[in-house]
Design a binder for this molecule. Sequence first.
Ligand code: SF4
Length: 584
Amino acid sequence: SWPHSLIFDKQHLLHRLYTLQQQDRHISAETIVRVAGEFNLPVSQVASVVDFYSFFYRKPVGRYHMLLSNCTSCGYQAGKTDLLKMLCRSLNVDPGVTRADGLVSISETSCIGMCDHGASMLINGIPLVGLDETKVTRIAGLVEQQLTLCQWPQDWFQITRSIRQSGMLLNNTGSSGNSLTKALSAGPGRTLDMIEHSGLRGRGGAGFSAGKKWRLCREATGDAHYVVCNADEGEPGTFKDRVLLQCHAGALFEGMTICALVIGARKGYLYLRGEYRYLLAHLQEALELHYSNNLLGCSILGHAGFDFDIEIVVGAGAYICGEESALIESLEGKPGVPRIRPPFPVTHGYLGQPTAVNNVETFIAAAYIVTHGSDNFRMAGTEQSTGSKILSVSGDCRNPGIYEYAFGVSIQEILDDCGADNVQAVQIGGPAGTLVAHRDFRRRISFEGVSTGGSFLVFGENRDLLTVNQNFARFFAHESCGFCTPCRVGTRLMEGSLQKIVDGRAVAADIEEIKRLSSLIMRYSHCGLGHTAANHMLDSLRQFPGLFEKRIMQQAFSPQIDLEAALETARQITHRDDADAHLD
Ligand code: SF4
């Protein structure tokens, strides 16, 4: 089913690169040439893929390769001690540099979706949670002893489900084929009517009507139609898909199969974020169960002519691949650079064919609707936001975890449930979302109120919001795919401006510059990442202006960039150190 250039020896390009990297601990120039030959691709295309994804390495990483999550919520700086520095010190290694004996390398990475488990890391791709000073000391000892991860305390790798409040979706544990049986007896047209009538909107945050998307895709002409599940949740503070994939994979596969029935697809892909690779075996097992129960494969549940297969493709650490057209590019074995739209994926998606892309929660909701009826679904929620929303709650609260509410729940109600006291603000929908201050906690979660893909980050009164902004700015600068200048350069400048404020080197004009820069990034960037990258800054400036003003300590302007220092690389490359190669 894969086009020849994307598949070799039954492996997708990303998987092949990952396998070879596992053997050599990096991807060498020779490996790139070899893979290009295997896949019949230009060497430059394979090289661009390797360079695009954070989890591919050109230089060898350590036999113990650790990536500490720098998410605001679960980050290694959350406590008093900077755990990354401590770990590096204990193992005598610099961040981002492999130790000379090749034993260990330590870096940081964006949110790994373990925000309900405290400070966390990926070690050789496997999540290790609940980091603290004691654990870091023990980890250093275990690494030096070169014990395999199987010999480490196994409770360090225990990822709990932490479901704190269940509603219609989380209570619905069945993957018995119920919803699929009903969809098959209703037929594709009436099933689509049901989804449309339910008012289901995509749960990723933008809220486009799922029924409308499916209808547009069904009506689009093409050689083939595709179903794609976006399981690439990378918004810092979001981890609900992790739990859904763990506990409700069956309902997800049924939702995807129902979509296939409606749009006339024979092939579907589950694009799993690289940080959740550890779930792959579980998901493959759930898939096999569906095949053995004839819920997938040929003549599904005895319906001749209804054939549908699902394959899982694992990403390699790129937040931008959560954007649907970037995800499709990645599925096609390319760097995940967002496409120019229109045309939209519903008409020109995977391999240029009509493609319905929805996220994990949306497909599970679709399966629920077919089982229980659209009226049942509409009974929960509000006029424009029907059904429920699953939230990932973390930050300064006693009970972080997964909470499912009918749309329309107030922010205050969620704070009461998760045990959050003395809260100054909540970041809803991740860094690209909305910062809501204390006085607005009566606002409600819905598409017409405060919209969210699922992240709900609580900031207690002792939290320095400026460092939160700094963390978010760094996140966007790191995750910008670099395709367009306003985002690539603008997010870096934003990071630098914030650093100036935090360091006490800013003047009042710097605040105005941040506003001007924000507007430029938002207006002229190519995709949603750039359009929303400054939301957090503008929200903070609007709601907590004092936060910035009290850090303005200087009257005289100082530049953000040390030009003399910035020229050093150029001097080295050109082998020049004469007077003309310096500014003064
Ligand atoms: Fe890439 Fe940013 Fe431009 Fe989007 S806005 S295409 S992430 S550089």
